[in-house]
Design a protein around this ligand. Sequence first.
Ligand code: 6PG
Length: 466
Amino acid sequence: MEKARIGLVGLGTMGAALAANIAEKGFTVAVWNRRPEVTRDFKANAGALAANIIACETLPDLVEAIRPPRPIILMIPAGDPVDEQSAALRPLLDAGDIIIDAGNANFHDTNRRMAEDHGGVRFLGMGVSGGEEGARHGPSIMGGGARADWDSVADVMQAIAAKAEDGTPCAAWMGEGGAGHFVKSVHNGIEYADMQMIAEVYGIMRDGMGWDAGRVGDTFTAWNGGVLRSFLIEIAGTVAHTADPETGQPILDVITDAAGQKGTGRWTAIEAQHLAAPIPVIEAAVMARNVSARRAERASGEARFGRAPQPVQMPPDDLEQALIAGKILCYAQGFAMIRAAGDAFGWTLDLPEIARVWRAGCIIRSDMLGDMAAALEQDGTRNLIFAPFFAGHLETALPALRRVVTGGIAAGHALPALSSGLAWFDLMRTARGTANMIQGLRDFFGWHGFDRLDGRDSHHGPWAVR
Ligand code: 6PG
């Protein structure tokens, strides 16, 4: 068999799907898993694709099977395993070979790995989104590292990536160092926020309006035919329509109300604080996941203070418009954070390109991302809320968001993501804010000084304490 174009380590769900995708696109792929029987089974079950798969039982066999310079994708758990696997591979590799970490790495780890001396072995950090289905049939791929290293594997990545409606592959180089993993982490923060806003609206439907899961599903499915058209709205409809095979009940009524997380959304919130980039909708979503996990404490809260959400009726159109507004506000914050990171880390992050790469294949794919790409193309330096297309949408949708938030909160519904989006927006449209009070207080207790509106050269108050 001819030597492989590329290698892949780790045949778990995502790795196996990605390897099959590579083989299907006509590239020979050499694969290795730390359990040889998994590697053997993978090839044995690959059907016609087996012709493009070289199953390797040892790491030296894997390296030997790939045509130099050898690109090797790691599809293994993030963290220490990546360092361990790279250390095991490095002595077997030659200068110019490339280790590609395709897991959900913390971009700081990727920066560190790229700065380490690998004896000429190159390192790329690649964010891959789309779950198993995406990995198998077309993920969205966010590459990071040296441009030349990305270029040397771009043919494979573009072939296996999802294609947007206009046929463009959703795979691109994001920037140097950990830029690819950074962009993937913001993607995941937005993923958390999109899901939290869907869950908040679901809560109003269920606890406020008394809807059953079927009606919830019908509504999300209908919304997927409009401005909100997206993968997450589509599957919100599907999940709500699904019955539990064990009991026949709606599956939503048997799933525990405690969300898990592997941490990428949290990293985004932490990084936003470092960058002083406001992303309150994402932060609220991370907070809500953390609260959701505290089930026993929440039950005590309900026992002690009484149940919060009370019946409330709202026009379904208001709920749809609130989600539209919340989504625009959340993405505006996310893109602004990416811009801030580009400035802070010296990355030339191409915002329209990022929006384009997210149009298909990834979990947050949506029609709106095409419009965002166009708006960022027109002017990537202004916040998305000022792009005429989205400013217009916000003017239409904002009154409904305000009604949903005020009505929902008055009836005891927790709406952290939607309400923090609204609060951020109201701050963003207040030319004269209230931080003069904060400055006065800071100066009073700490002589921190303030600027004056009248421009006079006097920067402290006449505090008696001084
Ligand atoms: C994707 C997803 C994927 C995965 C995350 C979710 O883009 O395909 O983001 O990477 O679903 O690991 O992470 P949580 O477990 O933190 O929800």
